[in-house]
Design a protein around this ligand. Structure first.
Ligand code: F6R
Length: 254
């Protein structure tokens, strides 16, 4: 596990984009596991800029996203498919048919989960999985208590998650109650993990995840057991780690 301190959001985004573009350059037909949320937006912007300069090419890349709200179509402006198209895919030369997001409108959830697991496996697995982290340590929609052995599955969103996402919808009633998410097992199967965290509200989750016990109570703590996990965080997100441990800008390997 490596933790890199970023000076600010621009620095964090550039560092993350560097790692992603290195992956793409080393393996032009790589499978990228992607995340939505506010944290990776800067990295996507940076990659778009480098793509426009001709420095990185996504033509042979495939992608699989972590999660999607159940009940939202890809045209809904709060769906994760819409987010990915608008923040990334529409601005680079990835082939849309090679981008995968769970289908929020799939009539049968179990069939959709099976289909998505099959997509990941038929692509040969994920080369690099990008992750954000929730204030409670969630990754994807795997909330505290999630079983470590699950692949893609349907989750009931906690009231806390629905309330915190309500700001993006017309009201709480509009926030879906369920979502598809890759499970912890799917995430852990990725060859490399890159987790990004910004802001003080992630400080406890980051400390608990990487310096506390591995426990389903803190889903991201399982990443301590991954053999190629990189974390990039800003000073606010690192504040508790700096306060409580002797970690000092050095690579922390276990
Ligand atoms: C997004 C996802 C979530 C977010 C997490 C952090 O696809 O799966 O786990 O990564 O909620 O969200 P932000 O970046 O908005 O703080």
């Amino acid at each position: 596990m490596r933790i890199y301190a970023a000076k600010d959001y621009a620095d964090l985004s550039r560092k993350a984009a560097n790692i992603i573009s290195a992956q793409v350059i080393m393996k032009p037909n790589a499978v990228l596991g992607l995340a939505t949320g506010s944290t990776p937006v800067g990295a996507y912007r940076q990659l778009i800029e480098w793509y426009n300069k001709g420095d990185v090419d996504f033509f042979q890349i495939s992608s699989v996203n972590l999660d999607e709200y159940k009940g939202l179509s890809g045209e809904h402006d709060q769906s994760y498919r819409y987010f990915m198209n608008h923040n990334f895919f529409d601005h680079i030369n990835i082939k849309k048919e090679n981008t995968n997001v769970p289908n929020g409108l799939a009539p049968d959830a179990e069939t959709e989960c099976r289909r998505y697991n099959h997509v990941i496996k038929s692509l040969g697995g994920i080369d690099l999985q990008l992750l954000g982290i929730g204030g409670n340590g969630h990754i994807g929609f795997n909330e505290p208590g999630a079983a470590f052995e699950k692949e893609t599955h349907l989750v009931t969103l906690t009231e806390q998650t629905r309330e915190s996402n309500a700001r993006f919808f017309a009201g709480l009633d509009e926030v879906p109650t369920h979502a598809f998410t890759m499970g912890i097992k799917s995430i852990m199967s990725a060859k490399k993990i890159l987790l990004l965290a910004t802001g003080e509200n992630k400080a406890k989750a980051l400390y608990d995840s990487f310096f506390g016990p591995v426990t389903p109570g803190v889903p991201a703590s399982i990443l301590q057991l991954h053999n190629d996990c990189t974390i990039i965080a800003d000073e606010e997100a690192l504040s508790l780690i700096r306060e409580k441990t002797n970690w000092k800008d050095v690579n922390y390997d276990n």
